[in-house]
Design a binder for this molecule. Sequence first.
Ligand code: MCN
Length: 757
Amino acid sequence: MLKGRLEDDRMLTGRGKYVSDWNLPGQAYGHFVRSDRAHADIVSLDATAALAHPGVLGVFTGEDIKGALKSLPCALPVKGRGGMELIHPGRPALAQGRVRFAGDAVALVVAESAVAAYDSAELVAIEYRDRDVVVTAGQAVAQGAPLVHDSVPGNLVMDYESGDDGGSKAAFAKAARTIELEVDISRVVGNPMEPRACLAHYDAGAEMYHLYTCTQGAGIMRNQLSAVLGVPPEKIRVIAEEVGGGFGVRFNVYPEYCAALFAARKLGCPVKWTGTRSEVFLADEQARDVRSRGALALDSNGRILAMRFEMLANLGAYLAPTGPFINTIGIVNCLSGVYDVPAAYARIRLALTNTAPMAAYRGAGRPIMSYALERLVEHAARELGMDPAELRRRNFIRQFPYKIAAGFEYDSGDFSGVLDKALKAADWNGFSARKAEAARRGRLLGRGMSTYIEATGAGFAPQDQIELRWNKEGGLTVYAPTHNHGQGHETTYAQLVSGVLGIPMEKIGLRTAGPDFYITGNATGGSRSLLAVGGVIYLGAQALVKKGMAVAAEALEAAQADIEFVEGHYRIKGTDRRISIQQLAAKHPGQLDLAYANKFGSCFPNGCHIAEVEITPETGEAQIVSYVACDDAGNIINHQIVEGQVQGGLAQGAGQVFSELAVYDESGQLLTGSFMDYAMPRPGEVAGLKLLDHPVPTKLNPLGAKGVGEAGVTGSLPALMNAVVDALRQAGVSSFEMPATPRRLWEALQAAHRRAA
Ligand code: MCN
């Protein structure tokens, strides 16, 4: 049995090739001049002094790219209220006439060395005329707010709705009880280990663009680049080996990549750019930042008759390619959670502000829904004086398939089974004793639950293509569209192929974004890689075995009908005459290679997470003392990797709940622009972790697998905050928003104390 993952050795011994490890002969170095203010007109820009600096090859501005580069793309495949179309105001690769957030790229300086590029960037003289700024979505949609783009009235790019408005209103009118809760889903910065970087190259002879960059998948990024560069995707290669984390913020094309490709073509040499951590904070896509007002209508037995949500999302200064999708469909695809609700409705308004553009971060919309809903359900249980587990159980969906009001169809699940397992593991009934014991020590012990569901597997590309190609040594390379950047694909894909072909996993390699091949399909995202691309690989491997039958028959000089495939060998039935598939492939180069494509759609992993959080009132410190996660990810291919994925997701959930927060001041300056002010979760913060699974295989893909990469976040955000709120309630704090930092907790407790006194 393999220990760890196939990719670990390479990465742990420093042999991984990350984006800024790439170099090309004759390359130059780029540095971006960024806006130091949130909203202003560019009155003048003078690059004379920078151009005169030794080693500087060129300075490119918004004026230079006009006509040559189109806007970064963004689309939403659905309409809003009253048939409203998404208003996409456009985003140039370099600001044109106006900057709209602190960090907006204004010019690209290219020089013979990185130092010269950096030094000369200081010499680009820009005169600005400041404009009024809007920072929050609430400010943006207020009457008379300054406009971020003149083409977007009221800063509203989309007023979206989904579900059953009339039905839910009618249910509210006759409900025995209605319960409301308003919550903030805070703003976070993705922060992968590797800051963004690229090496841009234009091959004039072949008229091909080559972009070495941080990507979650070449296919989508190539299509987005094609829209900006105005050339067909076939003329573009996106190349990567190791990418130091993705988390959703490495999915889309960024303006810097487009500007670097433009400069590389103009200058006739490759241009390399390595971003800094400060640039991650300023100019990577950020995520969440949604205010939600939710309401439940209940009958006298605690059955939910209807639910309604009003959400306002901050999309930043420009539309990131996937920003509107994530903040509409990405939210409502699990609109009513795991509950059998006759009528559910959500309205989501998307507003522009003078802050960094917003898009995906692990969970991409679904954590917003699960947080809004699971906080509301837990709050309802308190208000009704009901056990939160019982309120949930009473309302669970029990029949599948189940179509939610937003139109999506859940395929399978056993929500009561998941709940039962989690309750047992968390010793649900023993909580009051633990709480009393904590109280004796002067601590506040709170408990929170979530029974989440999320959609995994969607994808924009119509098909996922794979190729299986043998090398001379009997090794096999899998070519796939989903980039592996921490999820262990090299291992799990190899497991699937090895299981079918009977060859050792170590003989199976993975490539996803190279200069020498062109695979189309969806990127890693939406926790789709295993269920979708893994499913295609699995079927592809089976098709390969079939394809080899004729070749084996010839090699073994037998009729094809007499050949069988057993444990990695083609054999003449009833004899010991056989040849291994590796030998056969080596003897007949190319004949056992295979290209295959298919697409498997969304399925719905779910789970029950139960957290216990202990707060020390004197210091405001909060500690997770117990965390049970029972997840249904369908059939599991690799338990160790799945546990790692759930743990990682959980750490990101804990980060958002306890420490992370992106803060802009009223002038639009990012106050949390470094790890000194933005606190990432640390090892050891999640104690008492118990991970269980309750697989209910889906029939929607050949593996029976559901996605798991984001489950930890989607489940943990509400479970952890419910626990924090429960602990605070004991001390008289009635409302509290993320993040539960020691200072904020202490202040809330002090304020409650003063009120009581
Ligand atoms: N798996 C399995 N059995 C299942 C489901 C998954 O064995 N039933 C395995 C898969 O084979 C894969 C891993 O678990 O090795 C995660 O699979 P999957 O749920 O398909 O998710 P993806 O591989 O598509 O990963 C994407 C998901 C997302 S959307 C984000 S964001 C994210 C995440 O995974 N970013 C990550 N996990 C991350 N982990 C790391 N280390 N780094 C990131 O950037």
